[in-house]
Ligand binder design. Structure first.
Ligand code: ADP
Ligand code: MG
Length: 699
């Protein structure tokens, strides 16, 4: 890792113009040092070297203009308390009206004679003139240098508390002047030259204060060489860290070894209820090869809902158990843990292995007994929620940890295991297909196995979206399916903020469905507030076919498996995320029957909601759904913002910069392969890496 530069590591509070208040505001968004400040791109760029004359403005365009305030004042409107601050701004060519709605404090901000730069939408107003409404503004002081805030392409930064775009521009400009000419470059020079990327210092200068001939359009798409060089740098450093982690992991060894022999193969055949699909066979082979390695396995098993990941994990568990090891099998919710427990107990019946369920609602006495048996080794496989590795559970010899639906909490579990000094084999499973570049980035230190096929005889699920005004047709259709002997889910959204209201709505709908819509059928209600045994009773009744319709809040989201259910009705489909909708749809289509997913929505739909519904009706391919989800939401929301284990990038936009991520991945691998750093260097690199990307330990 290159040595730190003195200017870059200067705390921002030591800069001229940064007092305690501003440094606190900057710190709040993670800007502590000069380096942090310089590695925060402008949100956009504005060409103030060729500002349009006011007389040439056209309505309907985003415009920037510069002029002087010739008059201004606060105007009351007929709406009580609603005030408009108006100003007339004049340049050599003419004047334009500017209005800010409901921001009376602007009276104390602007005064006549001030020089201002405005950026906003030019609109035609009723009185026939042009107006800028609520534009962004900057007031230029007389002493402001022509070269910083005007007369050039200027960077516009996101305001952070008391630090306006303009203050930040000044700060950045000042520190850029102080960067040493020999600023250390974090990119290996050979790579930089081959890829024709500008040096670090030049890139920093040009990314903040572009030269006059730079293209504002390209700047705003973050496609100039300077910007790409800095984005690449971050991606390269990130990938190098990942490789260093892998290198460290490859050198670790587990305190046991696993062998495969004919006896174990026979034992697997005994529990296997069906023939594995090629995808299942292939991934199982990869997993079992890992198990036999001296280093701990760190593998992600990806497969769309219904692709049959559970049996693959169970066969891996069997291998571990046949080698005298214990297995922890974790699910994100109690319901899922219970389901896994039921399934696994049934599947392991022909074996000698003993299985227990350990969740938050396991009674104290049972828990104590289980814990003793886990510690003595009498229990071979424990199914549970995250409490399994975080709490007081002590295993005699833990060999394998299976984590279902990893994207929800797997990362933390792996960290908890490490904290306990355990180095078992870890298999995380997810039904959320991760687009490839993202997988490289997020799970770069995991090996990935993918099941792409589905068990034989499955037909694609037919999906339609209907406005709620046509709910009757949907119910009619559901009754038809029930009459054919199928079962149906009706799902209600339940968001935390309005849990009470939603729960009431779900309960009322269940009553309505029971008493008015499905009078001839047996309807059950499942929600998070039910006690565990209550949930279990409802789930069991539905699984056994005693209930025909299951009205549920999203607790059935993942994993629930009732093969005879062929209809999934989702109420308020517009309120669900795309991956959630896809997960829910995956609850049906688990057998040979044609299955249906009916999305009921409430208008008006946002563009994004419309996009989600369209994606659902267009395709059932989980990978395509994931791509669309990513495109619709952007990467931040794709994984939930600031979810543990998702790196915090300063410059990289996981959607926009996918090509650079891919390139960095390849370059880092090549570099790491040719110039293997010394172990000490790797430790340093990792330390810097973890601090910079603020990752908790996912290795
Ligand atoms: P997921 O990958 O979503 O966790 P599951 O493991 O729950 O999927 O499997 C979905 C359903 O498919 C289960 O009912 C399971 O028993 C069944 N299944 C899995 N593999 C096969 C197979 N090879 N042949 C037939 N059915 C299978
Ligand atoms: Mg599953």
């Amino acid at each position: 890792m290159p040595q730190r530069d003195e200017v870059l590591s200067t705390p921002l509070q030591f800069l001229k113009g940064v007092g305690p208040r501003r440094s606190a505001d900057l710190a709040r968004v993670g800007l502590l040092t000069v380096e942090d400040l310089l590695y925060r791109f402008p949100i956009r760029y504005e060409d103030r070297s060729h500002l349009q004359p006011i007389a040439a403005l056209r309505p309907g365009h985003m415009v920037s203009v510069m002029g002087r305030i010739s008059s201004s004042g606060l105007r009351s409107t007929r709406r009580p308390g609603f005030k408009i601050f108006e100003a007339l701004v004049t340049d050599a060519s003419g004047s334009v009206r500017v209005a800010w709605l409901n921001q009376p404090f602007l009276r104390d901000v602007f005064s006549s004679g001030q020089q201002v730069v405005l950026f906003g939408l030019a609109e035609m107003r009723g009185h026939g003139g042009l107006q800028l409404t609520n534009p962004q503004y900057e007031i230029l002081d007389e002493e402001d240098g022509e070269t910083v805030h005007t007369g050039r392409i200027v960077p516009i930064y996101e305001k952070t508390g008391s630090v306006s775009a303009k203050i930040q521009r000044k700060l950045v400009h000042d520190v850029l002047q102080r960067l040493p000419a020999d600023l250390p470059d974090q990119l290996p020079e050979s790579i930089r030259l081959r890829l024709e990327l500008p040096p670090r210092r030049a890139a920093l200068l040009a990314a903040h204060f572009p030269s006059a001939d730079a293209s504002v359009d390209r700047l705003n798409r973050f496609e100039t060489p300077a910007q790409r060089r800095l984005i690449f740098e971050e991606a390269f450093l990130f990938q190098t860290g990942i490789l260093a982690r892998r290198q460290v992991a490859a050198g670790e060894s587990k305190p046991y070894s696993i062998q495969i022999d004919e006896r174990i193969r026979e034992s697997a055949r005994r529990v296997l209820p069906f023939k594995l699909t090629p995808g299942q066979r292939h991934t199982l082979k990869e997993i079992v090869e890992d198990l036999q390695q001296p280093r701990p396995m760190n593998r992600l098993l990806q497969g769309d809902v219904g692709s049959g990941k559970t049996i693959v994990a169970l066969l891996a568990a069997l291998v571990a158990m046949e080698n005298g090891l214990q297995v922890a099998f974790m699910a994100p919710t109690e319901i899922l843990a219970e389901q896994h427990f039921i399934n696994i107990s049934r599947l392991l019946q022909p074996s000698r292995f003993r299985v227990a369920l350990l969740t938050g609602s396991t009674g104290a006495a049972a828990r104590k007994a289980h814990l003793a048996e886990v510690e003595s080794g009498a229990l071979h496989l424990v199914v549970g929620t995250h409490a399994l590795v975080q709490g007081d559970v002590r295993f005699k010899q833990l060999g394998l940890v299976v984590i279902d639906e990893q994207h929800r909490f797997g990362v933390l579990q792996r960290a908890a295991l490490r904290a306990k000094g355990l180095r078992p084999d870890v298999l995380v499973m997810t039904a959320t297909p991760i687009p490839r570049t993202l997988a490289l980035t997020l799970y770069g230190d995991l090996d990935v196995s993918v099941i792409r096929d589905t068990p034989p005889g499955r037909q694609p699920i037919k999906t339609v979206a209907k406005p709620e005004s046509r709910r009757n047709e949907v119910h009619q259709f559901v009754r038809g399916q029930l009459d054919l002997g199928r079962q149906a889910y009706v799902i209600y959204p339940l968001v935390e903020e309005s849990e009470k209201v939603d729960l009431k709505a779900a309960t009322e709908m269940a009553d309505h469905l029971t008493q008015e819509v499905f009078t001839q059928y047996r309807v059950g209600l499942l929600h998070g507030r039910l006690k565990t045994d209550g949930k279990e009773r409802v789930m069991k009744a539905f699984a056994a076919g005693d209930l025909q319709v299951l009205v549920s809040t999203t607790v059935v989201e993942v994993g629930v498996d009732v093969a005879n259910a062929s209809v999934m009705v989702i109420e308020h489909a517009e309120r669900f995320g795309l991956s959630q909708l896809h997960q829910l749809r995956g609850r049906v289509g688990r057998d040979r029957h044609q299955s249906y997913c009916l999305l009921i929505y409430h208008s008006p739909l946002s563009d994004e909601a419309r996009g989600r519904l369209r994606a659902m009706t267009d395709t059932t391919d989980g990978f395509e759904i994931a791509e669309r989800d990513l495109a619709l939401r952007g990467a931040g929301d794709f994984f939930g913002t600031r979810q543990a284990g998702v790196p915090t990038f300063r410059l990289i936009d996981l959607v926009r910069d996918r090509d650079l991520l891919q390139l960095a991945h390849e370059e880092a691998a090549r570099w790491f392969g040719s110039a293997v750093p010394a172990p000490g260097a790797i430790a340093d690199l990792l330390q810097a890496w973890e601090a910079r990307f603020k990752l908790i330990d996912v290795g």
